[in-house]
Design a protein around this ligand. Sequence first.
Ligand code: MG
Length: 160
Amino acid sequence: MTDLRIGHGYDVHRLVEGRSLIIGGVNIPSPVGLLGHSDADVLTHAVMDAVVGALGLGDIGKHFPDTDPRFKGANSLVLAAHVFDLMADLGYCIGNIDATVIAQAPKLAPYIAQMRENLARTFCTDIERVNIKATTEEKLGFTGAKEGIASHAVCLLVKN
Ligand code: MG
């Protein structure tokens, strides 16, 4: 039987002035950015949590604690490369990733292709296996009020 593992990740970061807006490793022009210990890349964190979850290894807070000065301002794609190593060491590769970013603003469509490329490269898979969607929540809730951005991700891992 094929050894498959499914994983889910969810993340939220607060929007504040004076921070860069980095989503899926893309620095997006915006008057506000996401607050966090690392670069606060909400999409990459959700994808990392999905992969870590599929491996049964807890969550990314356990692997990259926000109390650790090594991760202050960290490029989340570099952290994701560590998650790839964990996955590869256990003999898995990406079957596919499907993720949704929930943001009222800015419009993310122009940046989706680059986000897919960044995540596919980091997880050593084909861009066709990394799907990213963006949606608003119709001005409802904290994402609608532009107080923060959320992201969901699911992944399927396949044993080599
Ligand atoms: Mg996070």
